[in-house]
Design a protein around this ligand. Sequence first.
Ligand code: NAD
Ligand code: TYD
Length: 352
Amino acid sequence: MQNILVTGGCGFIGSNFIRHILADPGFQGRVINLDKLTYAGNPRNLDGVAEACPGRYVCVRADIADAAAVERVFDEYGVDAVCHFAAESHVDRSILGPEEFLCANVLGTFRLLEAARRRKGKITRFHHVSTDEVYGTLGMEGKFTEQSPYQPSSPYSASKAASDHLVRAWHVTYGLPVTVSNCSNNYGPYQFPEKLIPLMILNAVAGKPLPVYGKGNNVRDWLYVEDHCAAVWLVMRKGREGETYNVGGGAEMPNIGVVRRVCRILDETLGVEAEGPRERLVRFVTDRPGHDLRYAIDSEKIRKELGWEPRMDFDGGLRRTVAWYLENTGWVADVQTGAYREWARRQYGEQA
Ligand code: NAD
Ligand code: TYD
């Protein structure tokens, strides 16, 4: 792998992944980051990377659903491997407006698969990054395995399920060397503050309400983003063609427990406010429609076959994440004011 196309590299996980592989001494190739720079794409997530790795990082603003643009990028940069993160990723937005999710997640994945198929002998790996949400919801018992049936509940998870099926079909029908990973909820630096953990951190710091859906009993299995990046990189290099690997942190927690921990860490770090502990800001609000009760991942396959395991425990990861949002005030202000979008326009031109 010399010229790896990373789609969605300006997003939360993609930007962490690009930093991760460029820091791996075993990889001396180049990363081509193809990103549409939607509201979720922030090229400043990769500040300093091009300078630190001269000639090894390039960012191109384009839509993965734009066939001509995708073809151009494959040819211009001699792409020989793909790591596909680009997606509309927020469940609440998918409920309000599903169409964009179908364009990016389904049509966009199809366009990439077709570009890869046309260069089949040259593409050594097409890795597709997906989610455990394709399996739908669990009750209070059990875990998702790679054999769990697909039962997506939201427009987001349905679109990701469709993209997983396309990827597998391109392997079975056309022999494309694909792998798929289905991962649980990530958290860590550079996550856009529409997702639970960064939203709660920044609201609590600002003394704003902390909206917890329903009774806060829904359970997610949290994984520190760096551990996810290590898993994706491992599967890309060592995973067996045509296989799916589930990736999870083994750190299940109800949402209210997560929010209380965030409040406690902030109280410890910044001191308890005169009005009282930050937990006072919790508000139980109307539940999300179709809200999956519980996700939990059985990661036995990737652990046994590839020797992966998460390094960060949830408490350590959460403390590190809170510290990152407190320290990176410039990044936070950029995102909160929307200044990063103007910066992206000046640097990379209008959206394709
Ligand atoms: P994100 O929303 O932070 O980033 C998505 C990136 O994709 C952004 O940079 C955006 O500009 C780009 N993008 C969106 N539509 C595009 C298009 N049409 N063409 C090109 N670029 C486009 O998302 P994330 O949280 O980093 O998630 C990355 C991937 O990982 C997604 O495929 C998601 O389904 C999957 N995933 C996420 C989680 C999680 O907890 N965040 C868990 C498991 C799997
Ligand atoms: P989210 O970060 O949106 O990830 P996902 O929906 O992909 O799991 O939400 C994580 C959990 O937190 C989910 O059960 C919904 C809940 N949640 C809230 O209770 N309040 C919020 O403001 C948000 C954004 C999420």
